[in-house]
Design a protein around this ligand. Structure first.
Ligand code: BGC
Length: 492
């Protein structure tokens, strides 16, 4: 009776959340992700060449929190069958993994394809499909062949063609079975974090030029790879292609910071999305103007943000079949006070905006990684995308919760529950066309500069054990239940 009254009251108000119907729509897909460098190991087997991350961790072990490397990591190169079993145990609809460019094309160029690389990824794809798990494949997740870095990497305009050639090889080999492709994972890590701090491979510090050259050429690389699929493969294979952006949600610290926070969103999201998803294409106008003004103030003769030609604008515009969103963190934004050090972007502030980051107390679910987790930010970010670009299909291609490990990760489960509520509200209240959710990560792995000190896995990996045994955490059982029931509450 009481239940009936609540439901009637809710119907009257027209709000679905008060019925506490925390259910994902039928057909919603759940997956988990990893990336080649972070899990495969086998860094020098067969004819695989060195990636920029192999070189970086070998040359500069001190930059990694526990001085570790990824030479073996979770050993997925040898243990891929176990990974597939774990994915099946969870009931995943899809598994997102990346192809190691230097494993498939050891020279970095398309002149020669590794038989061993082909065999490895064919086995993985076929193994997943045999269990009814769809492969979602990222072409490039930070592990650039060192041969190409030696030629300037993403600051060399020719990278766009080299990447498109690599993409063509991958589509030809695997496109008959892979229907969801992500060209590049998180350009913001590759361009901004790497060139602004040098704490990520390739370890080159060039905040004035490297960051923005990379920003432009990585977009062109994505666009050319998208066009290769569109022109040569789409009719045959009917797959979909996009780029995975990590978006940090910015909120004003106080009301007076509202315009600054909005500019921050254009700086973070806009620089990697406006050229692709907006109707007019090209850089976000406010950011283009700002970087030009700042460059001239610093004494440069032209803007450090390289201009697009009209042809490039058109090449890039519209190169998406969906929005691939990696969401981890939120920041508050305020103007720096007189003489205050803004710190580098994207972790501390935005020097080009003289903006400093902070966080709200309620976001400090974990500050292990400097990430402030804010489940509501995911919903707000998706509403922002819908308002600023197209009402497009959105796939969350990464999201996760870091902790120090242990099998009873009820902190992670609580985070997932809070996050899933926001996703359901986004779908049901805001009309967001969200179709996929991807948990980072299927298992513990090499977490870049955090090494193995931080854990994200649904499965724990015992890195001291030569067999790299994988053990389900409580969150794995919880996630399996969500996938099975499409509801978020039951913790089994
Ligand atoms: C990256 C992953 C990384 C995760 C957690 C994401 O930004 O795509 O490679 O491991 O964050 O740090």
């Amino acid at each position: 009776m009481i239940w009936y009254r609540i439901a009637a009251f809710c119907a009257l108000l027209g709000v679905s959340w008060c019925t506490e119907d925390w259910t994902f729509p039928p057909g919603f897909k759940f997956g988990a992700a990893t990336s080649s460098f972070q899990v495969e190991g086998a860094w020098n087997v067969s004819d695989k060449s060195q990636s920029i991350w192999d070189k970086f961790v070998h040359d500069k072990p001190d930059v990694i929190a526990d001085c570790s490397n990824a030479d073996v990591s979770a050993d997925s190169y040898h243990l891929w069958e176990t990974d597939v079993e774990k994915a099946a145990e969870l009931g995943l609809n899809f598994y997102r993994f990346s192809i190691s460019w230097p494993r498939l094309l050891p020279s970095g160029f398309a002149n020669y394809t590794s038989e061993d690389g082909k065999r490895y990824y064919n086995n993985l794809i076929d193994g997943l499909l045999a269990k009814g798990i769809e492969p979602m494949v990222t072409l490039f997740h930070l592990d650039l062949p060192q041969t190409l870095q030696d030629l300037g990497g993403f600051t060399n305009p020719l990278i766009a063609d080299w990447f498109a050639d690599y993409a063509r090889v991958a589509y030809s080999l695997f496109g008959d079975r892979v229907k969801i492709w992500l060209t590049i994972n998180e350009p913001i890590m590759i361009c901004d974090l790497a060139y602004n701090t040098a704490i990520m491979a390739p370890g080159v510090l060039s905040p004035d030029h490297g960051t923005y050259l990379c920003n432009k050429y990585i977009l062109l690389a994505h666009a050319k790879a998208y066009r290769v699929y569109e022109n040569e493969f789409k009719a045959m294979y009917q797959g979909e292609v996009s780029i995975a952006n990590q978006l940090m949600w910015y909120e004003p610290e106080r009301e007076a910071d509202a315009d600054l926070a909005e500019l921050g969103r254009q700086y973070n999201t806009g620089r990697y999305s406006h050229p692709i998803y907006s109707k007019e294409g090209g850089w976000p106008p406010a950011i283009e103007k700002l970087i030009e003004e700042n460059s001239l103030k610093k004494g440069f003769l032209t803007s450090n943000l390289p201009a697009f030609t009209q042809e490039e604008i058109e090449l890039i515009r519209g190169t998406y079949d969906f929005y691939a969103l990696n969401y981890y963190m939120s920041f508050t934004v305020r103007t720096a006070s007189e003489g205050e050090d803004v710190g580098s972007y994207p972790l501390y502030g935005i020097p080009d905006l003289n903006a400093v980051f902070g966080h709200r107390e309620e976001w400090t679910a974990t500050n292990l990684t400097g990430f402030y987790l804010n489940p509501e930010g995911a919903r707000r970010q998706m509403a922002w995308l819908k308002k600023n670009y197209d009402d497009m299909k959105i796939l969350i291609t990464e999201n996760g919760y870091p902790n120090l490990g242990g099998l009873d990760d009820h902190d992670r489960i609580a985070f997932y529950q809070a996050l899933f509520k926001q996703l359901i509200l986004a779908i049901k209240e805001d009309g967001i066309n969200l179709t996929h959710y991807t948990a980072w990560a299927l298992m513990d792995n090499f977490e870049w500069t955090n090494g193995y000190s931080v854990k994200y896995g649904l499965y724990q990996v015992d890195f001291a054990d030569p067999l790299r045994t994988r053990t389900a955490r409580a969150s794995a059982r919880y996630y399996a239940n969500v996938i099975k029931t499409l509801t978020i509450s039951a913790e089994s």
